[in-house]
Design a protein around this ligand. Structure first.
Ligand SMILES: Nc1ncnc2c1ncn2[C@@H]1O[C@H](COP(=O)(O)OP(=O)(O)OP(=O)(O)O)[C@@H](O)[C@H]1O
Ligand SMILES: [Mg+2]
Length: 212
């Protein structure tokens, strides 16, 4: 999630969903955004796509978003809109963890704070991930430092700027399936591994809390 538009929410959501699906897990994507980018992605998929098994549901009503926890799948990935507050709030409450993609600039980090606060208010684990990161740029390093002061995890892998993201997403694929072995696919694999580790930590913490 992130109230700011165009930061990579859909791109990351679908790339993670694809990775989990290809690892053998059952995955559902909930497109909570009336804009319907994840639904569009699904419609572009060819019949023999390796990602056909991923189900995508368009669900924008808050009451229905809550019930997505009842889906009989291993992973539910919610792709949220920017500013529809009641929909985003329902998505936050339905989630085990929130991932906030952010682009490396002070203005972008500031614009993400409303989403951060909404997540903190709901006491959900939150992870930031930098998108469109330019290696060793001053902005990138400054943004990393700024985020380290926030009470959240910062995923230690960043999303780089690759045309493979729009090219593959526009065809109902992701870099993992359309550009296997390429830098973009390796990038999303590294991010996926880091996010898996974060999710395991979140699970361990929630188990500790529930047994106290
Ligand atoms: N790392 C990247 N490299 C290249 N292009 C990217 C990257 N991340 C996102 N994009 C492109 O930027 C645009 C916005 O990305 P995306 O749709 O994922 O953002 P969003 O946060 O879901 O936007 P919205 O708020 O409109 O739902 C898309 O065209 C996407 O392909
Ligand atoms: Mg989107």
């Amino acid at each position: 999630m992130n109230q700011k538009g165009g930061v990579g929410k859909t791109t990351l959501a679908l790339s993670l969903a694809a990775r989990w699906h290809l690892a053998g897990f059952s995955v559902a994507v909930i497109d909570c955004d009336p804009q319907g980018s994840s639904v569009f992605w699904k419609k572009q998929q060819v019949e023999n796509s390796l990602l056909r098994g991923i189900k995508v549901y368009a669900v924008t009503l808050p009451s229905e978003i809550r019930s997505c926890r009842n889906l009989d799948v291993d992973y539910v990935v919610l792709d949220t809109p920017g500013t529809d507050k009641s929909t985003v709030r329902a998505a936050i409450h339905a989630s085990d963890g929130l991932i906030i993609p952010v682009q490396p600039s002070a203005v972008d980090v500031d614009a993400s704070y409303a989403s951060l606060e909404a997540g903190l208010d709901a006491s959900k684990p939150i992870a930031y991930i930098l998108n469109r990161y330019i290696r060793q740029s001053i902005l990138g390093e400054d943004t990393k430092k700024a985020l380290k002061t926030a009470p959240v995890t910062v995923i230690d892998k960043v999303m780089h700027q690759y045309q493979d993201f729009p090219r593959s997403i526009g065809s109902g694929e992701t870099p993992t399936t359309m550009f296997p072995g390429q830098k973009s696919a390796r990038n999303i694999e590294a991010i996926g591994q880091a996010i898996d580790q974060w999710l395991i930590k979140c699970d361990q913490k929630s188990e500790t809390h529930s047994t106290v």
